[in-house]
Design a protein around this ligand. Sequence first.
Ligand code: IMP
Length: 188
Amino acid sequence: MHDPSQDMEQILLDPPALDRIISELAARIAQDYAERGDKTLLAIPVLKGAIFFATALLEKLTFPVEIDFVSASSYRKGAEAGALSLGALPDRNDWENVDVLIIEDIVDTGKTLSAMVEEFKRLGAASVRVVSLLDKPSRRSVTFSADYIGLEIPNAFVVGFGLDYAERYRNLPYVGILRRDIYEPSAH
Ligand code: IMP
């Protein structure tokens, strides 16, 4: 059987490294949201890539959190992002009492998250913050910075721990840099 680790140029974050980074993020988030009165913290993982990260992060928070989902897809060609479409937003009528925490796997151009943050502000959320496991700041095409970042990485295509290439590799327990010849078969 094909061993997916053969497709990696490098393992960037192994399971202990992921756990360490996610524990640090959870501690910062817990501290920042400690004094928020009777407002609801609504955690919103962005499907599908953020589900592994969101599960690991949220199980480390010991106070009440509600969970809902949004989906975002950009019609990708190879490893390049295309036109963005956001799925339906959670339907609720108490947004003024809701602190939204969007949970994302990676910030690349920044288009997905900046569009999403604007949507939740438009709905009237009490606050909107973003936590992302990974960030590729060199790829930004719009002005955007997440409130919490696990790790800044260089401009490489990464997979695993929720991140995919053509829907593959999401279930790997680590984050790896995918070999270029896999997503650009003509590259040497
Ligand atoms: P952005 O709108 O360009 O910031 O796109 C972010 C989305 O692109 C992420 O949620 C991922 O789905 C996808 N993406 C960006 N970079 C990578 C990568 O290196 N590996 C896998 N998916 C990526």
